[in-house]
Design a protein around this ligand. Structure first.
Ligand code: ADP
Ligand code: MG
Length: 229
């Protein structure tokens, strides 16, 4: 169970030429470990997650999930892989305003034809894991930004993903809440044995990561110290 990116190059059309968003990036993320990706705005962090999520096909290179080379899969097989094996947390959790916390989670698995009772108990268990057991029946407008973000994380874990991809989960949070979300992701990575990639431009709490990769202009820079400061 792991995520491997090999020699990924991704370009976007840019007028008459192409802009290189990722330049020969390789990354190996074993199960139960968290890799943080840092770097300035525009350095390719979100592009890297989109490639890892198989949402964007790179010009060159391979993405392997649990040893399966995703480039060989059809579009619908990739969608199936995402649904069954990946949890994706975007910057904005995009919760549905009319649903309670527990319903946001249940919705994920109802799409998958599982037993309602089993789904409900898993949703409850995950809400407890992110510290929201007592908020299960609240709707998004009754929750703080940090609580909404934690629901997004719990929701991404509903289908027991092997790979967890998280884009700037702390950008809308203050320092203290941001640190709590980082700690939470590190703990869940170990408990649920996910191969986690976390994009952040917040250098606080980087010490919770097993590895920190810095992107500069789409390239992986020198290893980053884990002092966290
Ligand atoms: P980051 O997440 O680190 O801010 P991105 O991966 O979003 O960086 O962007 C990397 C580079 O690719 C930037 O120069 C950005 O403008 C460009 N880019 C990102 N997405 C697209 C797109 N869909 N089309 C064209 N250029 C893009
Ligand atoms: Mg980004």
């Amino acid at each position: 169970m792991s995520l491997t990116l090999e020699d990924i190059t991704l370009t976007y059309p840019d007028g008459d030429s192409r802009l290189t968003a990722l330049d020969a990036v390789s990354l190996d993320v074993p199960a139960g470990t968290l890799t943080a990706v840092v770097g300035p705005s525009g350095s390719g962090k979100s592009s890297l997650l989109a490639v890892a999520a198989t949402l964007v096909t790179p010009d060159q290179g391979r993405v392997c999930v649990d040893g399966t080379e995703t480039g060989a899969l059809s579009r619908s097989e990739r969608a199936e892989l995402r649904r069954r094996r990946m949890g994706i947390v975007f910057q904005q959790p995009n919760l549905l305003g009319s649903l309670t916390a527990v319903e946001q989670l249940q919705l994920m698995a109802h799409l998958d034809g599982r037993r309602p009772r089993e789904v409900r108990s898993r949703a409850r268990e995950l809400l407890a894991a992110v510290g929201l057991a007592d908020q299960a029946h609240r709707r998004p407008h009754q929750l703080s930004g940090g609580q909404r973000q934690r629901i997004g994380i719990a929701r991404a874990l509903m289908n027991e993903p092997a790979v967890l991809l998280v884009d700037e989960p702390t950008s809308a949070l203050d320092h203290e809440r941001g640190a709590a979300v980082m700690d939470l992701l590190a703990r869940l990575t170990r408990e649920r044995e996910t191969a986690t990639v976390l994009v952040t431009h917040d250098r606080a709490r980087l010490a919770v990561a097993d590895r920190v990769v810095e992107l500069v202009d789409g390239r992986v820079g020198a290893p980053v110290s884990l002092s966290g400061d």
